[in-house]
Design a protein around this ligand. Sequence first.
Ligand SMILES: [Zn+2]
Length: 199
Amino acid sequence: MNCFPESLEKLIAELSKLPGVGPKTAQRLAFHILEQKNNGAERLASALVTAAEKLDECPVCFHIAEEGHCALCDDDSRDNSVICVVESPRDVLPIERSGSFHGRYHILGGLLSPMDGIGPTELHIRELLKRLENEEVKEVILATGSNVEGEATAAYLADLLKPLGLVVTRIAQGMPVGGDLEYIDEITLAKALAGRREF
Ligand SMILES: [Zn+2]
């Protein structure tokens, strides 16, 4: 038997679906949200709904955008001759924080993983090829993680892109083996970008 009203149980159940949140933390968060003053719960709910409704993928690079192109694609001061290919929008922030890259991005939307049924057509690879056709790109940096899928995806892309006459580089130095870009500190990432090598 549940000891809380249905609406509270529902809130706890939804919160416990968040990454790293177990049932106890979900319960604590639910109480914290409900005890907020000045309509805190309503403001949180409305922020969630607005974000879910407004946020979309940038039609060019597939980064998170709000109506149309993302802020990075809209920034005219960025270098059009280099595209940094990453797994997800979460990888953009640490690279931006490193301050070592001023080119464009392309988000794959995942990594190749035949075991999970993720092949090249499930990723934004076709769109990357189209960009390379239409934009004046000289270098593509493959900045996927150094786990098995990240390496396999980078190797696949290198084979695909090198015949196009581009410089294809891979971030390497400083990347911990099995590391996710999202969790790497700025200095390590800056070194990894500086020490990238040609595939
Ligand atoms: Zn974009």
